[in-house]
Design a binder for this molecule. Structure first.
Ligand code: ADP
Ligand code: NI
Length: 200
């Protein structure tokens, strides 16, 4: 089975191009790049599955589509995957990964296959470090949240404590953990500096 992932790439670019909440096309391609780097250490994994899941992981995200659109969006994704040359069982695997990568929207407790764990790591890694900081403030801005207000639980700095600083302990693979540690340390330095500048 040969899969022409460039066909899927084309659809993904169209879908994500207008996003300004941190889920833009560049996010998808960074996740793809990181997922490939991690997958390189696992010759046993299905690289086409990693690539397709990375490309499609945010298409059916509840932040980007309405709940009542979900079924038709999943069918559209299935069509793209099969149109790229994949069979039904491969398409099913991609859809399973895409629907179960995010903890908040998990449909089942069934474990993610290795390929899904790799894409999940890559997606989480893109939420931390310098790019993660930029995305958090972009997302906060898009939602009308303020940057920082001392003592507030509603500003974007709170999101670091709610989620971003917890990410490094949720990474599945040792290769992902190593990438996450540097980014985690950078976020701690960023917060130190932010408090030095703001809490006067
Ligand atoms: P993804 O869809 O890529 O798995 P999320 O949808 O959880 O990740 O978040 C996308 C980006 O938006 C991430 O960089 C995340 O940190 C940021 N984000 C999500 N929720 C918030 C929030 N409440 N405040 C600030 N940033 C947020
Ligand atoms: Ni994502």
């Amino acid at each position: 089975m040969t899969i022409d992932t460039s066909k899927i790439e084309k659809q993904v670019r169209i879908f994500h191009d207008s996003d300004s909440t941190g889920h833009d096309t560049a996010h998808i391609f960074r996740v793809l790049d990181t997922a490939k780097k991690i997958a390189f250490h696992y010759p046993c994994c299905d690289i086409d599955l990693v690539i397709c899941a990375a490309l499609l992981h945010d298409i059916a995200d509840h932040k980007l589509i309405k709940e009542d659109e979900k079924t038709s969006v999943l069918e559209k994704m299935r069509h793209w995957i099969k149109n790229a040359g994949a069979d039904d069982s491969f398409a099913e695997k991609v859809l399973f990964i895409c629907q179960n990568i995010s903890f908040s929207s998990r449909k089942t407790n069934a474990p993610l296959p290795l390929e899904g764990q790799i894409v999940q790591d890559a997606d989480r890694i893109d939420a931390i470090g310098a790019i993660g900081i930029a995305r958090a403030f972009a997302y906060g801005g898009a939602k009308g949240r303020c940057i920082y207000s001392k003592g507030s639980t509603d500003d974007t700095v709170s999101h670091f404590y709610d989620k971003l600083l917890k990410i490094k302990d949720l990474i599945n693979t040792p290769e992902g953990k190593e990438l996450a540690q540097n980014r985690h340390d950078f976020m701690l330095s960023f917060l130190d500096e932010l408090y030095r500048e703001c809490d006067v």
